[in-house]
Ligand binder design. Sequence first.
Ligand SMILES: [Zn+2]
Length: 172
Amino acid sequence: MSNNSFPHESFDDLLAANAEYQKTFKYSGLTGSAAKGLAIVTCMDSRINPLSVIGLRSGDAKILRNAGARVTEDVIRTLVLATYLLNVNRILVMPHTDCKMAENDEADFHKLIDEQYGVNTSSLEFRTSRDQRGSLASDLNRIRSYPLLREGVVVAGAIYDVKTGTIEPFEG
Ligand SMILES: [Zn+2]
């Protein structure tokens, strides 16, 4: 067996679930454009189901996720494409409560990984910030002031509460 063969032992539960999914698949008519004109930038946290939170479904929105819902170069790149080519005319940046990325300093994570795994990750910037609201404000500003974003796109922030499911509009 080559090293490139599909690792069934790790993924067969997913393939089985997909076999069921196909049976009632109902999205074949969708296009790649965002039907509701929305892009949402949120955290990778597994407690967040971004579409359900705002009453949307497949086809409605572009979803960009990373650790901490930070607006990185790659997020900007994707938003530029989405606003010109994929019908996105509003962007919601949505970090959340109880986020590990907002409860630790950059150095804490490097130290933790080094201690537990003996791996030096200091060449990576994790973009953690204990000032979650301050980071959100600067990330929103980063999008709003980006010269190549399509004109007229509306940008907003909100904080998702993982304990109640509430999103709090961010005024900042
Ligand atoms: Zn998070």
